[in-house]
Design a protein around this ligand. Structure first.
Ligand code: CDP
Length: 224
């Protein structure tokens, strides 16, 4: 496939971007990649090797040792792994090591799919600036902390919501202020605030934003 269709979904932690990306992929029959899982897997590789996620050399080694078969393991979904992922993600050599995998996924979506949806922090700005449609998802910190608490609770790791809120704010700040690939909306992005939207309403809003571009691109694909 020469020019696959790409939807990028960037945004803050627990904004709902992962669920939206999955649902958009399902709707259009596209492949989906949660790029955050690559940084979480890097953090896991570092920790399991007894390394320190704040060490650039340990982090780089971790990025070269990720085990993609662990991408759906609840182990990488813990709050601890989210923090460690944010640390390794600020290391330029880690981002360089993960870049090709992400670009390759978008250039050749698995399953001969005509397109791909990728969620993360820098997908519309760095990984795929020429994407067909870009979303930037955000919500009020208190709303996101509650959603993350519910998510962790379902993994029996609930904990204190005020602590989760503080952790999310610290991670947002780190992600937005790092020198490499900071979290920021691309200039040509559709902004979506999901503070007052449940997941069905957020999906309907996201779909309404990207649909004209995606349907246009699907129509322009060579037939057969
Ligand atoms: O699910 P949540 O939004 O909490 O986090 P995630 O998407 O799994 O990402 C975990 C961490 O990885 C983020 O805080 C970022 O520091 C980093 N990340 C990144 O730098 N670039 C990406 N494309 C995706 C994640």
């Amino acid at each position: 496939m020469s020019n696959p269709i790409v939807i990028t979904v960037d945004g803050t932690a627990a904004s709902g971007k992962g669920t939206l990306a999955k649902r958009l992929a399902h709707h259009f029959g596209f492949a989906h990649l949660d790029s955050g899982s690559l940084y979480r897997l890097t953090a896991l590789a570092v920790i399991e090797a007894g390394g320190n996620p704040a060490s650039a050399s340990d982090a780089e080694r971790g990025a070269h040792a990720i085990d993609l078969s662990m991408a759906n393991d609840p182990k990488i979904r813990t709050a601890e792994m989210g923090q460690a992922a944010s640390l390794v993600a600020a290391v330029p050599a880690v981002r360089a090591a993960l870049l090709n995998f992400q670009r390759e996924f978008l250039a050749h979506p698995p399953g001969e799919s005509p397109g791909a949806v990728m969620d993360g922090r820098d997908i519309g700005t760095v990984i795929c600036p020429m994407a067909t449609a870009k979303l930037f998802v955000d919500a009020k910190p208190e709303v996101r902390a509650h959603r993350r608490w519910l998510e962790l609770e379902s993994l029996d790791q609930g904990g204190d919501e005020a602590h989760i809120l503080a952790e999310l704010k610290a991670r947002d700040l780190a992600d937005k202020s790092r020198p490499i690939s900071p979290l920021k909306p691309a200039p040509d992005v559709f902004l979506l605030d999901t503070s007052d939207l449940d997941i069905d309403a957020a999906f309907a809003a996201a779909l309404a934003l990207v649909k004209p571009k995606i349907e246009g691109a699907l129509k322009a694909l060579p037939q057969g």
